[in-house]
Design a protein around this ligand. Structure first.
Ligand code: F6P
Length: 528
């Protein structure tokens, strides 16, 4: 297949780059009374409005031509069928198989469906035994707290989901520990009665230094504070794809929940990595989360390109980032419940697509993943929105709103929603009376998408996360890169291991670069 920049579709887009960049979005609305209907899509309990993008019908047709030229459909089908599309690691990519409903085989075949179903039932049974108090801690106390120890994909997904769905929490309180600085672990331990606490060690590799260090610490705490020989057996559980390494931590692999090498860490909340979710909100709510994601999978698998939400979102993102050079994207959910979303998407998008070689190992000649950042509205409006409205860089925004507030939650939904819609309107319309002082003018013509959820439920949350997963896939398919490895993260880990003895000991720093040697020397000095 030709590379992106050699496809005619891309060359046509490139030739009209200037015109697209200066395309008046207001003008597009003036010309077309049906623009909103034509440039919005509904799926999975969500509306995507992408009418405030610099897309004429012709530009959209060219983007769709690009999707066809890059065989996004063929690449999607290869992923769903379990082909080893993570070529650099020789692995299939099957997070979609984790959400196939019980009793169905799904796209990836019966063996995978069976393995997934077995693990899902085991998770549900175990969670119910813990939630109802049938399975207790080592001294017979019910489990009231869970400490989830994991980092990256073994932390962010379950954390996002449990924060978003906190009103549904009816199980043990879940505390998340990712950083190795000790702060989160200490806070968690301070909140938990050790006899009533389950420690979940979640790590696909079971070799991540931060997770293993925190696990050792938490286990030592349990051993110190719980007067029972079998405390680790009763109160520590592992979730991992590396069952053979579980024993090294002194745990029984038989008691571990499995995951598989065909699930990437940042795509794993749907697997046993989400066990904390099942404990916190129950198996039924977890099933609804999976069902929502599956509905989005079906939509991605079946909807024609032009009405396919992840495809349109991916095309718009590539238009802004790669064609128009808009190197960052803000994500602004108008609910504190989704306050973790931008951190989650940072890993999903930037660890997946922060790549500079294509699948043949050749350097790409265009920009790949844009930086993702954001905060909730309205607080973000009082922080960085000034730059969105009047800064020199154009930052495309994804606004996320929720139509129906969660039952029992206070707050002013009208105020919130008015602000959400006003911000996207202001970015597009700008303000620029000729007699207005320059500092007061807003240039406008700044693009945004709005994703409106009918309600924030397990199902719509599942669909929202799956939407961004597939958007990330579509971008990678267009660029021709592998979205499922993360070799860039390795180097720092190797160097940290090399530096540890140098920092700790007093030996000479020969061979260490000047800056790092200077930092180590000052650190040793101040540390005393
Ligand atoms: O689940 P593990 O193996 O501990 O890895 C944690 C995270 O570390 C990474 O490998 C690199 O940051 C992520 O991809 C992964 O989610």
């Amino acid at each position: 297949m030709k590379t992106l920049e050699h496809t005619e579709a891309w060359q046509r887009l490139w030739a009209s780059r200037e015109a697209i960049a200066t395309q008046s979005i207001n003008g597009l609305f003036a010309e077309d009374a049906d623009r909103f209907e034509d440039f919005s899509l509904t799926a999975g309990g969500m509306l995507l409005d992408y009418s405030k993008q610099p897309l004429s019908r012709q530009t959209r047709e060219r983007l769709l031509e690009l999707a066809r030229a890059r065989d996004v459909i063929g690449q999607r089908d290869a992923m769903l069928a379990g082909e080893p599309i993570n070529a650099s690691e020789g692995r299939a990519v099957l997070h979609t198989a984790l959400r196939v409903p019980e009793g169905e085989t799904g796209w990836a075949g019966a063996d995978i469906a069976r393995a997934v179903e077995d693990t899902r039932s085991r998770m549900a049974e175990l969670a119910e035994a813990i939630r109802t108090g049938r399975r207790t801690g080592a001294t017979g106390q019910p489990i009231e707290h869970v400490i989830n120890i994991g980092i990256g994909g073994s932390d962010l997904g379950p954390r996002l989901v449990l924060e978003a769905l906190a009103p549904l929490a009816d199980g043990p309180a879940v505390h998340f520990v990712a950083n190795v600085d000790g702060v989160e672990l200490q806070q968690a331990m301070a909140h938990c009665d050790p006899e009533r606490t389950l420690v979940l060690v979640v790590s696909k590799s079971f070799g991540t230094v931060e997770t293993m260090a925190n696990a050792h610490e938490a286990m030592a705490w349990l051993r110190r504070r719980v007067p029972a020989d079998n405390v680790l057996e009763r109160q520590v559980m592992a979730v991992t794809a590396s069952l053979d390494r579980v024993r090294e931590l002194g745990l029984d692999p038989e008691l571990a929940l499995p995951m598989w090498d065909w699930v990437g860490g940042r795509y794993s909340l749907w697997s046993a990595v989400g066990f904390a979710i099942v404990l916190g909100i129950g198996p039924e709510a977890f099933e609804s989360l999976l069902a929502g994601a599956h509905a989005m999978d079906r939509h991605f698998a079946e909807a024609p390109l032009e009405s396919n939400m992840p495809v349109m979102l991916g095309l718009v993102s590539v238009l802004n980032g790669t064609l128009l050079g808009r190197r960052s994207q803000a994500v602004v959910p108008y609910t504190e419940r989704l306050g973790r979303l931008s951190a989650y998407l940072q890993q999903l998008v930037m660890e997946s697509n922060g790549k500079s070689v294509d699948r043949s190992g050749h350097p790409v000649t265009f920009s790949t993943a844009a930086a993702i950042w954001g905060q909730t509205g309205t607080p973000g409006q009082h922080a960085f929105f000034q730059a969105l409205h009047q800064g020199t860089d154009v930052v495309p925004v994804d606004f996320i709103g929720v139509a129906r507030p969660v039952a029992g939650e206070r707050g002013d939904p009208l105020e919130l929603t008015a602000n959400l819609f006003a911000q996207s309107q202001a970015l597009m319309q700008g303000r620029g009376d000729a007699d207005m002082a320059a500092e007061r003018r807003c240039p406008g013509n700044r693009p945004s998408n709005t994703i409106l959820l009918e309600a924030l439920t397990p199902s719509s949350l599942g669909a929202l996360i799956a939407l961004y997963e597939h958007r990330t896939f579509v971008e990678a398919a267009l660029w021709g890169i592998t979205a499922f490895d993360q070799f860039g993260v390795e180097l720092g880990k190797v160097l940290a291991a090399d530096l540890k003895p140098l920092i700790a000991g007093g030996q000479a720093l020969d061979g260490v670069d000047g800056s790092t040697a200077g930092l180590i020397a000052r650190y040793r000095d101040w540390r005393g």
